[in-house]
Design a protein around this ligand. Structure first.
Ligand SMILES: NC(=O)c1ccc[n+]([C@@H]2O[C@H](COP(=O)([O-])OP(=O)(O)OC[C@H]3O[C@@H](n4cnc5c(N)ncnc54)[C@H](O)[C@@H]3O)[C@@H](O)[C@H]2O)c1
Length: 372
């Protein structure tokens, strides 16, 4: 008997697809990369040749019409994620979308409902949920090894945009410049919010401060440097529904290596620090301490925590995405419970919106304010 394979169609065949998504499908023994689509056909052809797709298209509707495609991967620029994902849902396909699904929470919640109504599964590309270290921390919390959770600290800090001549792609050149333009809190903060919510549960209330540190910078799609008030550093404090406290920082300009994510969880019995920062070629480290042995000790994760064929020396985009793809494909093929869905993306968006509001209104914002 031949094993069931999942037919995948990928839309958006360029940088991140090549580094992260397509290696994940190529490595999964139960995936057939059926179709690749890009509005620039030569990109679709190049990726099809490299990763072995059967057909290429420049119109995503042609990909959606292919009955061999059961799951669609949206790896295009941000402003296209929602409409492409909605088309894929309408065509009855399971969908993985890069984050964010939308720049507002309401349409993201609508898309999550549309998927449920259609009976298809969704996953949002929250890369760091698929870090082996972060998944171990989640398991410790679930099993009670950390006890009652008191504090959760999340950081995403790297120095990619400290150089004002490194073109920022996260802000459109024509964005209104009359007030601070939230940016690191959207691009980086959404990941952190998702991790902090996954580990600690729903947020009750947030306060925050955001500011611009690099007053002139290059913006992708525009020539030269521009005086543009991009938010390149944000800090938020969080009250959880559980009573736990959270602290979050996103920064484009904090010196340090990629991906610059650090998660610390402190509970009544133990504490964990997951550091997703490439050091001497190693993607991440995990440390653990207990109330009776407070010196943090390094934890070596068992090999089966990592996707087959990888090590902590695998480049982080591939390491984490191979895991993400593995989880989604196996969830679909084996009917396992869903996680990291469009609903989670919408919840993260809702919290990011509240953090932005708290800064502009200089006050605590309750998440209940934005719920119907
Ligand atoms: N999760 C993460 O950690 C992470 C990291 C990096 C990038 N990303 C996200 O991944 C996405 C892709 O990033 P990238 O750097 O590869 O961008 P990119 O601009 O290099 O590539 C996007 C590709 O999509 C194609 N495209 C655009 N509209 C299309 C459409 N309607 N139909 C078909 N093809 C279309 C473009 O021609 C291009 O080839 C972005 O949303 C980015 O924010 C996520």
């Amino acid at each position: 008997m031949t094993e069931r394979r999942l037919g995948v169609g990928l839309i958006g065949a360029h940088t991140w697809a090549e580094k992260a998504h397509l290696p994940g499908y190529k490595a999964h023994e139960r995936v057939a990369i059926a179709d690749i689509c890009d509005v620039m056909p030569e990109r679709a052809q190049a990726m099809a040749a490299k990763f072995g797709a059967r057909r290429v298209y420049s119109d995503h509707q042609a990909l959606l019409a292919d009955p061999e495609v059961q799951m669609v991967d949206v790896c295009t620029p941000t402003h296209t994620h929602l409409s492409l994902s909605r088309d894929a849902i309408a065509a009855g396909k399971h969908v993985l979308s890069e984050k964010p699904l939308a720049t507002e929470a309401a349409p993201a919640f609508d898309a999550a409902r549309a998927a449920d109504d259609k009976g298809v599964r969704t996953k949002l590309g929250f890369t760091f949920r698929y870090s082996p270290a972060i998944r171990q921390v989640k398991q410790w919390i679930t099993e009670g090894a950390l006890g009652e959770i008191f504090h959760i600290h999340g950081f995403e800090q790297n120095s990619q945009f400290l150089d004002p001549d490194f073109p920022l792609r996260q802000v459109a050149p024509d964005a209104p410049r009359d007030r601070l333009i939230p940016s690191s809190i959207i691009g980086y903060g959404s990941h952190l919010v998702d991790l902090m919510r996954w580990l600690g549960g729903d947020f009750r209330s947030v306060a925050s401060t955001m500011r611009n540190f690099v007053p002139e910078r290059a913006i992708r799609g525009a020539v030269g440097r521009h005086r543009i008030p991009v938010e390149d550093g944000a800090v938020a404090i969080v009250e959880y529904d559980s009573g736990a406290q959270g602290l979050l920082q996103s920064s484009y300009i904090a010196i340090g290596n990629y991906p610059g994510v650090e998660l610390r969880v402190y509970g009544s019995k133990g504490a964990a620090v997951a550091r997703l920062i490439v050091e001497r070629g190693i993607a991440e480290t995990l440390h653990f301490a207990t109330a009776d042995a407070v010196e943090f000790r390094k934890i070596d994760l068992p090999a089966d925590r990592l996707p087959p064929g990888t090590s902590l020396g695998t480049p982080w985009p591939e390491l984490y995405y191979r895991n993400l793809v593995r989880f989604f494909v196996d969830e679909i093929l084996e009917g396992r419970p869903q996680e990291c869905t469009f609903f989670d993306g919408a919840k993260s968006q809702e919290i990011v919106d509240a953090i932005i509001k708290a800064h502009f209104e200089r006050r605590w914002v309750d998440l209940a304010e934005s719920r119907p």
